[in-house]
Each structure stands twice: as C-alpha cells, then as structure tokens.
Write a protein that binds this ligand. Structure first.
Ligand SMILES: Cc1ncc(COP(=O)(O)O)c(C=O)c1O
Length: 400
C-alpha cells in the first residue's frame, strides 16, 4: 500500500504554519476588523453558532417567527433557525444560480418574516442590494451568509456589510480555519452591542470542548497536507462512496446537537497569525481559478458558476452539467479519485430526510435542478496542473 498517496482537499483551505501557534501581538477580532472593514466583529465557535447568536438577538427584538433561506444552501442554516425556535421558509433561486429569485421572494414575504438569509455560495456574491428594499418594505432583517466567502468583495467592500448582519465560517477547509469557528459582523453599532450582549448571555464557557477543539486544530495542522489527508479525509470519503452514502460523503449529515461555547484567546491567536497570509492566498487562488475556468468553459454543455464581481473568492469551482445523468457519471468517475472532485450540498434544502418535517410543502424547481446538476472541483493550490488536466480530460471525453 502506498502510505504517501496524494490526496487533494475538496476546498482551498489556507494551510497552517508552525509559527501560527506562537502568541500573536494582535487579536483575531482586531485583524478581522481590518480585513473585513468594520470595528464590529464578534467571534463564535462556528458559523452555525454565529447564526444562533444573530437570530436569538433578532428574535429578542421582534415577535416574528419565520426566516427565509435559499433552496440550495448548507443544512446547518435551517438547523440554526430551528434551534432558535423559528421556522425556515425556502425561496427558490434563479435558474442555474444559487441567488434568490426576486419574484418568488416577494411572493413569500409577509409581516411574519423575521429575517432573510442570502448566501454568498462558493465565494460568489449574492445580490444583496436588490433584496434590501423588499426587506425594508416588510420590516425583515437581512443576514448575509458569507460562510464560504470570507475575503469576497464588491468594489472595495467585503460581503457581510450590506445587510444588517453578516456571518462567516472559520471551519475546516475554509479559507481561514481555526478548526471550528464563526464570525459575526454588524455595521450598526446599537445592533452589534445587542448581539454582543446576547452572546454573553447565551454562549457558555466549556473548557473541555475548547481543549478538544485545540487538539483538533493541532491535528488539522499536521494532517492538512496531500501526503496525510487520506487518513482523515480520503479513506472515510471512499468508504461512504462505496456505500453510496452521498450525504455522509459530502459532510451533509448535520445534527441538531451541536456545540455552542466560547472560543479561547489562544485558538483565536492562531487564526490571527494565519490571517496575515490570507489575502495573498486568495489572490493567487483567484488567478488560478480564472485561468482554469477559461479552459473549462470551452467544453460544450458545461457551465461554470461565476458572477461579475472581480474580487470574489474561489474555494472551489462549481460546475453545472447539462443534466443529472451526466453529473452522476462524472462524479462516479472522479469523486473517489483523490483529485478534489465532488459535490457540494447533495439535496435541495427541504429535501434532506432529517429536515423534511420542518418545512411546509415547497415548490423549488430551480433549487432542485441546481442540486441535481452541480459538482465541484477543488481550487486548492495542491491541485496541480497534472491533476487538473486529468479532470479536464474526463469531463471533455464525457461531454463530447
Ligand atoms: C453556506 C454555509 N452556511 C453555514 C455554514 C455553517 O458553517 P460552520 O460549519 O462554521 O458552522 C456552512 C458550512 O460550511 C455553509 O457552507
């Protein structure tokens, strides 16, 4: 057996350096304030936790009960909503896109909508400006889900600052990771002060859980490299694929029992040190993704998800196949091959068995089609041209 088999991670996560583990002169909050462009930055133990704190804060300000989410998003989002005793409502997207269909959004908006959560999926920027007047009309808050988009900017402004609240993830495989972490931003000072107060009230200290996370972060530093990643990622992935358990293979097996606790200053220091390298990392990943997508777009029938913003981030390249049959053939050929090819979220959000009881009957054909036809190619710097050319060859062959 080749113990040093090369495994490409599914996303472009910034690898940690040993020097990141030395104390930093600046807190993660300070550094993120500069990076995102607001003084109002709060760290939580995951983006899911950040959503819980944000939603609890809004719930405290308003008796409204419903939260609108995209048809194609991460299962942690409705889980956070349900955890807060609120009801998720799905809004369909535009065809071959992840962003809200505005007509559909308007048709489901009413006076009981507490918040709307647009998602900056795959580092691509959702059109938040367009939904702000609608949100205002119905008195709904806007929470931008930038879990996959830390560093994405429109003109010079970071995502997360147009709406009332923005959240980001510092989870495994994200651009910046402290193994598990989340960020809340809110440009409005009184609202941010309220969020901080709520966080202090509902987020407990848990030394045991924090110690576990620190050990996991050390393991992440050791194993997040192509020569070792198969032991913690590749082998379990191929095990799930063998059983055709795509939900587990994509990591969509989320649970209603998730930890909520304070993040230690030390773990935040590690993130603060790594953040020094994030801008350069995102810029070089963007360049590489843009040159690869030009090549991919030459394949007939294949579409690459992109929007017009030049400063988006590229954790991976999201591809749309002409139909589900071809997408399934492609993933059958490539997902298990250690090449960083896979699927993002397996289902349209209301179609996960464990979430079905929480949604009313939905009609979201565009979201369903997006889930059925899409696949991803990692944009990790460890995906070499040789690997990429092999993926390109297989795609080209099948789509001819
Ligand atoms: C769009 C989106 N929202 C929320 C989350 C939850 O983030 P976390 O894993 O940090 O809780 C994720 C996780 O990947 C995500 O992709």
């Amino acid at each position: 057996m080749n113990f040093f088999h090369y495994e490409v991670p599914p996303t472009a996560g910034l690898p940690l350096h040993l020097s990141d583990f030395f104390p930093s002169a600046h807190s993660l909050e300070e550094k993120l304030s500069q990076f995102i462009g607001t003084h109002n930055v709060q760290i939580e133990c995951s983006a899911t936790s950040a959503l819980v704190v944000a939603l609890t804060s809004l719930k405290n300000l308003s008796p409204k009960k419903k939260v609108i989410i995209s048809a194609y998003t991460c299962p942690w989002v409705p889980i956070a909503i349900i955890h807060c005793g609120l009801m998720p409502v799905v809004c369909d997207s535009n065809k071959e896109h992840f962003d809200f269909n505005l007509k559909k959004l308007e048709s489901i908006l009413n006076d009981d909508i507490l918040a709307i959560i647009p998602t900056h999926l795959a580092g691509k920027i959702a059109d938040v400006k367009k939904i702000l007047p609608l949100a205002k009309k119905y008195g709904a808050f806007v929470i931008e889900d930038g879990a996959q988009a830390l560093g994405a900017r429109t003109k010079k402004q970071s995502v997360g600052l147009l709406g009332d609240i923005g959240i980001f993830s510092l989870g495994v495989g994200k651009g910046l990771s402290i193994f598990a972490g989340g960020v809340i931003v809110a440009k409005n000072k009184p609202l941010f002060a309220h969020i901080q107060k709520m966080s202090a009230l509902i987020v407990p200290t848990n030394y045991l859980m924090e110690t576990k996370r620190l050990l996991e972060l050390i393991f992440y530093y050791i194993f997040y490299r192509p020569s070792l990643l198969r032991f913690v990622f590749g082998i379990p992935l191929r095990h799930h694929l063998k059983k055709s358990d795509f939900i587990k293979a994509a990591g969509d097996n989320c649970s209603f029992k998730f930890p909520i606790h304070r993040v230690s200053r030390y773990r935040k220091y590690i993130g603060s040190n790594a953040l020094n390298r994030l801008n350069d990392f995102l810029n070089s990943n963007r360049e590489k993704a843009l040159s690869r997508l030009r090549k991919l777009e030459r394949i007939k029938g294949l579409k690459v998800l992109k929007t017009k913003e030049p400063k988006e981030t590229w954790p991976f390249i999201l591809l749309m196949m002409p139909n589900q049959k071809i997408r399934d053939q492609m993933t059958a050929a490539l997902w298990s091959k250690s090449l960083g090819v896979g699927r993002l979220f397996i289902e349209e959000i209301s179609n996960y068995d464990y979430l079905k009881p929480y949604f009313k009957k939905t009609n979201v054909p565009a979201g369903k089609q997006f889930a059925a036809n899409t696949m991803i190619i990692s944009n990790s710097p460890w995906l070499t041209d040789k690997h990429f050319n092999e993926i390109y060859r297989v795609l080209n062959l099948h789509l001819k």
